[in-house]
Design a protein around this ligand. Sequence first.
Ligand code: PLP
Length: 232
Amino acid sequence: MPSNVKKNLNAVQKQIDQAAERSGRSPAEIKLVAVSKTYGAETIRTAVKAGQRAFGENKIQEAESKIGELGYDGYEWHLIGHLQKNKARKAVQLFDMIHSVDSPELALRLDKLCAEEGRKNLKVLVQVDLAGESSKSGIAETDLQMLVESLKRCENLSFEGLMLLPPFFDDAEEARPYFQRLREIRDRLAGEAVFANGFGHLSMGMSHDLEIAIEEGATIVRIGTAIFGERN
Ligand SMILES: *Cc1c(COP(=O)(O)O)cnc(C)c1O
C-alpha cells in the first residue's frame, strides 16, 4: 500500500491552488477526483482520512467490489473509463457521475436504465475525442452536436459538461491546444444553455499536465499517479 498518500494529496492540492491563483481563478471551483483504479479499499480509506472524497474508477467490476466495501457515506464515485453498453445498468447503479458518455445510443440507454432503476439526475459528462484517436473512447467533434441533441431528450440525465483525455505527450505543453479547444467548445455549448448546471464542467488534467489544464479552465482534474504512486 502506498505510504505517502496524505503528503501527496497535500502536494497536489497545493499545485491546484497555485495554478488556479496564477490564472486568476478560485481554487474552490476546481474539484479533485482521486483516480484510485488498481488500488484497493484500504488505500482509498487512507485518502479519505486525509480529507479526499471523490474517487475515479475506470472498470465496472473493479469499482463494484470497492464501492461494495466502502459505500457512499463520505465517498463520491466517478466513472472515468470507457463504458460498454452491456455494463450501463451497473454504471447507473454504482456511480455519482459518468465522465465517458460518447454516443447517442449510450446516452439514451443510460436514460432508459435510470427510469427503470428509479434514478433521477444521473450526472454525465460527454467525452470528446479531439485528436481523432479512434482507439480511444470519446465522440468526434463533428458528431458532438448530435449527441447534445440526444441528451436534451434524456430526462433522467443531468448533462454537466465535457471530458477530455488528450494524446500523451512527454512535454505536457503540447496538450495545451487540446485543452483550449475543449474550452472553446464548452463555451459555445454553455451559450446554447445545454448544461444542467449552467456553466458546463471541463474534466481535464491528469498527474503530468494538471497545471496546464487548470490554466486553460479545468473544473475537474483526475489525478492518480501523483497521489497513489505509479501503477503496476
Ligand atoms: C488513469 C486515468 C487518469 C489518471 O492518470 P494519472 O496519470 O495517473 O494521474 C485520469 N483520467 C483517466 C481517464 C484515466 O484513465
